[in-house]
Design a protein around this ligand. Structure first.
Ligand SMILES: [Zn+2]
Length: 267
């Protein structure tokens, strides 16, 4: 199966939460109006939203409703493509390490069930007769509905737990970065090409992959647009290169604490 790569992303106008009896809570699109946007033009908003979600997870808060807010603003993260590393001849799929499903390999039909949990007719292929089966082939709505691939199909769903898993990962990695610890950040299905004019363009298979690129660029930026507050560890939109605190009160509290510590160590 060939993965599809994009330079922009699609979102539906509305989403809702829906409970699946066995699989858990899903985010589903409602209505059929799709809008296209460039995630790199909204990078500050997207990263800020995900870091906040990740922080709330760390604080033990229930953020299910907030995953719905995120999806309504930016669309699905696109795990239906993002997780795929390899497709084997026997129709099993190898997932990228660190995927939110907690398994590394899944049969194609189980995967299709996972991302189309409420839709039973179109994607089912009888086991044993699936030699030509691919996600794109089996869910072939392309010609009729001009939908480029499974992840933009109206019946495609993602579990809110996947968004939570990813947001938690981003925030944890950000903490490691701010604490000066080494870490590995893998890009999954991402491509880049250099145009004739020498400019570089990113291509990504999902919003998740686009966020991975933006995240990497943020960490390498000399003037990051989003920072973590040195005191409370909250993400904030940074207005200046030098800023280290989310608010004046955090700055004051931090300095008062530090001068007290200094005094104590002098005594
Ligand atoms: Zn703060």
């Amino acid at each position: 199966m060939a993965l599809l790569y994009f330079e922009s992303w699609c979102k539906y106008d509305r989403y809702k939460l829906k409970q699946h009896k066995e699989k858990g809570l899903y985010l589903c699109s409602v209505g059929d109006e799709r809008q296209e946007y460039n995630p790199f033009e909204r990078r500050a908003e997207i990263l800020f939203a995900l870091f906040n979600l990740g922080m709330l997870v760390k604080q033990g808060k229930d953020i299910v409703e907030k995953t719905l807010d995120f999806t309504s603003r930016f669309g699905f993260l696109g795990f239906g493509q993002a997780v795929i590393e390899l497709e084997y001849e026997d129709c099993s799929i190898k997932f990228h390490h660190g995927n939110p499903f907690g398994v590394d390999v899944m049969h194609y039909t189980d995967f299709a069930d996972l991302i189309f949990p409420f839709e039973k007719k179109s994607h089912r292929i009888i086991k044993g007769n699936e030699s030509k089966a691919t996600i794109l082939f089996a869910i072939n709505y392309e010609k009729n509905n001009r939908i480029p691939c499974a992840i933009f199909h109206p019946e495609y769903c993602e579990q809110s737990a996947w968004t939570i898993h990813y947001a938690a990962y981003l925030y944890q990695t950000l903490l490691k970065f701010y604490d000066g610890n080494a870490f590995e950040h893998r890009l999954w299905n991402v491509k880049t090409y250099i145009r004739e004019d020498g400019k570089q363009k990113w291509q990504f298979d999902s919003l998740k992959s686009a966020v991975d690129i933006m995240f990497l660029e943020l960490l390498q930026s000399e003037a990051p647009i989003i920072k973590l507050c040195k005191r409370c560890r909250k993400p904030y939109v940074s207005q200046s290169k030098k800023s280290q605190y989310c608010s004046a009160s955090c700055r004051n509290v931090y300095h008062v604490k530090r001068s007290r510590q200094k005094k104590r160590s002098c005594n």
